[in-house]
Write a protein that binds this ligand. Structure first.
Ligand SMILES: [Fe+2]
Length: 370
């Protein structure tokens, strides 16, 4: 299987992964043969690239960090829970029925997080969410799940006790709850936001915090994740411009996960960044915006070069990432498909982490290379 940009897709190509809508319903099943009409339809849905099964990439399997079934369940629980909690906004604390509903919503979130956590702790793998093609439309919920998965893995890498990991998980699922109150048009505006619109969007941090702190089942540290996840070490963040130690450690973890998830997602005004590009942007803010330690640990959590991605080596050869090396995430296994003169060849595999290939580097990774 390999990742192919939609603009390079042709009819008769076979889908290697199912494509879902935001509610987890299958739009196009794995194994579907693409037609010009289907390709046009996917373009309209802002799908940027798809996994294709072909002879060249035969045998390259995409390892899922979290099984599809659990991702769909989690996104549904997050959607229902965030909306239930948002209903509390205009009710007083004495609304017993509302409080009971909210209590149930929190317990559902905690339960689904437990499942995510056990899945991530059992399958020692690097996270690749590139494969989770979803139709955009309810970005907040899908984004909240991705942030939760990244933040959970980062919390594990930090060696934190279970109680802290669970609080970070709940904080990550709820960090953008305030966005439920921000208008869809502004959140999905195709161009740059005006200053006024940006100030309005920024309010989601305080709106979320005000809502969460009313709920007694939610620890204050979790409410602070909603308030502080856009704060930066150097004080340039919002809403309060907090610095260094003034920012809660949970918010520092969620902020790294949040920015990475946002960069690697489709936006109305740009195509998604690939993981290694998003990581470079995080590195540029290491020590000024984000804690250097968190960026270092995060690098070990994610699939910098996900399986199925086309890459170019410093000697000109082109290949497809065929597998990870957990001991060296930046040096994966590559199936070479074109030689240094850009000629098609009989494919063969090389392992960039082995001694004989240490002089080779990936200089470009882009599905458009082939
Ligand atoms: Fe946010």
């Amino acid at each position: 299987m390999r990742l192919v940009p939609l603009e390079r897709c042709e009819s008769k190509m076979m889908l290697g992964q199912s494509i879902y809508d935001g509610n987890g319903r299958v739009l196009l099943a794995k194994g579907t043969e693409l037609s010009d009409r289907l390709i046009q339809r996917l373009k309209k849905l802002h799908i940027y690239s798809v996994y294709i099964e072909d002879e060249l990439s035969q045998g390259i399997e995409i390892v899922e960090s979290v099984p599809e079934r659990l991702r769909i369940e989690a996104v549904n629980v997050i959607t229902d829970s965030l909306n239930t909690i948002a209903e509390l906004k205009d009710t007083s604390g004495s609304n017993l029925q509302g409080m009971m509903k909210t209590g149930r919503a929190i317990r559902s979130l905690q339960k689904v997080f437990k499942d995510l956590l056990s899945c991530l702790s059992e399958n020692r793998t690097v996270i690749n969410l590139l494969a989770t093609t979803k139709i955009h439309g309810n970005d907040i919920y899908q984004h909240s799940l991705n942030v939760t998965i990244y933040a959970c893995q980062l919390a594990i890498e930090n060696g934190l006790p279970l109680k802290n990991i669970e609080e970070i998980g709940l904080g990550a699922m709820l960090h953008d709850v305030g966005k439920v109150f921000i208008s869809h048009e502004v959140l999905n505006k195709p161009g740059k936001l005006t200053e006024e619109e940006y100030e309005y969007v920024k309010k989601h941090t305080e709106l979320g915090f005000d809502l969460l702190r009313k709920i007694h089942e939610i620890p204050m540290t979790v409410s602070h994740c909603a308030l502080q996840h856009h704060e930066k070490l150097d004080g340039t963040g919002y809403p309060r411009g907090l610095k260094e130690t003034e920012i809660h450690s949970y918010a520092k973890i969620i902020s790294v996960a949040d920015v990475f998830s946002a960069l690697t997602s489709h936006r109305a005004y740009r195509t998604p960044f690939l993981p290694h590009e998003a990581l470079e942007i995080l590195y540029a803010g290491s020590g000024s915006q984000f804690e250097s330690k968190q960026i270092q640990l995060f690098k070990g959590c994610i699939a910098i070069y996900p399986q199925g991605l086309t890459v170019k080596m410093n000697d000109g050869r082109i290949g497809i990432i065929s597998d990870y090396n957990f001991h060296s995430v930046g040096r994966p296994k590559v199936r070479i498909i074109r030689d240094e003169y850009n000629q098609k060849i009989v494919p063969y595999e090389i392992d960039l982490s082995s001694k004989e290939h240490l002089t080779l580097d990936i200089i470009e990774s882009d599905p458009l290379l082939y």
